[in-house]
Write a protein that binds this ligand. Structure first.
Ligand SMILES: C[S@@+](CC[C@H](N)C(=O)[O-])C[C@H]1O[C@@H](n2cnc3c(N)ncnc32)[C@H](O)[C@@H]1O
Length: 186
């Protein structure tokens, strides 16, 4: 899986998901501001999350907190043209910019849309084989667990810890994978 994630990073350079003034810092392994108090995530962290998520070609994936659209485009590369990635972003201006950044990669099967007020994720299109969450709630949101397909998995930072949530035969299993800090899930 690590090789496939590395190939996705090579295919989808971070530069295309940063404000013009920050593009020269794309190789910096830390979060970079994208406006509206939000960030393009640290590459090392994104790598860990995508490796844990174990995305397969052809899967249906939800990207919560799409921001710049970078993770949506990386996921698009991992699922390929037989798959479908839906990014959702709560800040309307970022949703528009992130959608344009993803469209510029030519991956028509990966899109970003604005969040529906008071709705977490995109339940209208659930279930998802994989759910990636790049903003942090204080507790695991049941609404997002409900959007994961049976046999599916979700990677989500909760209260400072990275969680891998796996659904198998209706049972939900949670394992912990280190400490991270994210912007809050609102
Ligand atoms: C770390 S940032 C962006 C990471 C992004 N995946 C990237 O590659 O640039 C997390 C994003 O989550 C968004 N966010 C926070 N709560 C959200 C929610 N309930 N639904 C959708 N997006 C949310 C923030 O506005 C922010 O843009």
């Amino acid at each position: 899986m690590a090789d496939r994630v590395r190939a996705a990073f090579d295919a989808v350079p971070r530069e295309g998901f940063l404000p013009r003034r920050a593009r020269g810092r794309a190789s910096y392994d830390g979060p970079i501001e994208i406006g509206h108090g939000q960030t393009n995530s640290q590459p090392w962290t994104v790598r860990q999350m995508l490796t844990l998520l174990d995305v397969r070609p052809g899967q249906h994936v939800l990207d919560v907190g799409a921001g710049s659209g970078w993770t949506t485009a990386l996921l698009g590369h991992l699922v390929g043209p037989e798959g479908r990635v839906r990014g959702v972003e709560v800040v309307p201006e970022l949703a528009e910019w992130g959608a344009a950044n993803v469209a510029a990669t030519g991956q028509s099967w990966a899109t970003v849309e604005p969040a529906v007020p008071h709705v977490l994720g995109l339940p209208a299109h659930a279930p998802y084989d994989r759910v990636l969450v790049s903003a942090e709630p204080r507790a695991l949101p049941q609404e997002l667990v409900d959007e994961v397909a049976d046999g599916g998995r979700m990677v989500i930072p909760v209260a400072g810890e990275m969680l891998l949530v796996v659904k198998e035969n209706g049972e939900v299993g949670v394992t912990r994978h280190g400490h991270y800090r994210f912007v809050p899930l609102v």
